[in-house]
Ligand binder design. Sequence first.
Ligand code: COA
Length: 330
Amino acid sequence: MGIIDRIKQKARQNLRKIVLPEGEERRTIQAAAIVQAERLADVILLGDENVIRERAAEYGADLQGIDIINPLTAEKALTYAEQLYELRKNKGITPEKAGQMVRDPMYYGIMMVKQGDADGLVSGAVHSTGDMLRPALQIIKTKPGMKTVSSSFLIESPNRALGEDGLVLFADCAVMPNPTAEELACIAVAAADTARTLCDISEPRVALLSFSTKGSASHELVTKVQQATAIAHEMAPELLLDGELQLDAAVVPEIGQMKAPGSPVAGRANVLVFPDLQAGNIGYKLVQRFGNAMAVAVLQGIAKPCNDLSRGCSVDDIVTTVAITAAQAQ
Ligand SMILES: CC(C)(COP(=O)(O)OP(=O)(O)OC[C@H]1O[C@@H](n2cnc3c(N)ncnc32)[C@H](O)[C@@H]1OP(=O)(O)O)[C@@H](O)C(=O)NCCC(=O)NCCS
């Protein structure tokens, strides 16, 4: 069974409430009906109920059992506005501004998650990554002990010799444009946690990637990855983690043995940490487009699960992301 089916199975075992702020959008409405029918989560759609119901009828989507909330008329918006003001008053927002913000479905949904009225949120079929992430980062914040929110991509390659039977995590490919050494270390530790908790990988083996292996090149970019490796070792001494490694040394056993003999990770890494967002984002798209790998993103290090979609996402992508968010919320 592939990773997505395993995660869906997990989601079904303990249903969580997932809010979809882009509730009037076609793919979101269709995905909500599938999620509800397959019992992957209890869905809440945000938006105008008449618009949502009309569109659902047009698309043949059955919304039975799905809650619909309109942030423009919901009474709860007043409570959320007060809470949002308390959370952000030191950032200069006024009570009036907070009142306006919570009428925006994105902020309303984030406040539902913050206050425990929903267990997780999925958005991004309409909003850009930045517009989805900013309210989540401002309000939900990081998990205790984590300084940064980042992402892992679950990559399932047709090459079963890689990672865990073809499953490898790539981090960070969506959030932090240019992480410091300390932030890179945080990304590495968070990705190992995602591997363990979401993907049931009992032994994450984390490689911090570079264009150099164990000092084969010297450059300030390489030094940053070496520093990040040292910091990550201090943060999680029990973790199997090594760097800096080139991609081939990380995943090909013979090359790992040749370039990094004695490494606990080289040649058999199942978590790959990219040095910055350009490398990570290009890297995952390369394996997806050239290598026919399945790729799906999750946010990590955040206090409650919120996940971003690509604006080009399909209905299936939304269903999968809701299931992942529900599994993370357990
Ligand atoms: C993540 C991102 C949206 C942050 O946006 P930004 O405009 O830099 O936001 P700011 O620096 O104003 O930060 C907003 C808040 O989020 C927090 N924040 C920003 N990045 C964070 C991170 N990685 N982890 C935790 N908190 C973070 C800030 O501390 C700030 O909190 P505060 O307002 O309480 O002080 C931005 O880095 C981004 O656009 N990243 C790339 C996204 C992208 O396009 N990905 C590629 C497509 S998949």
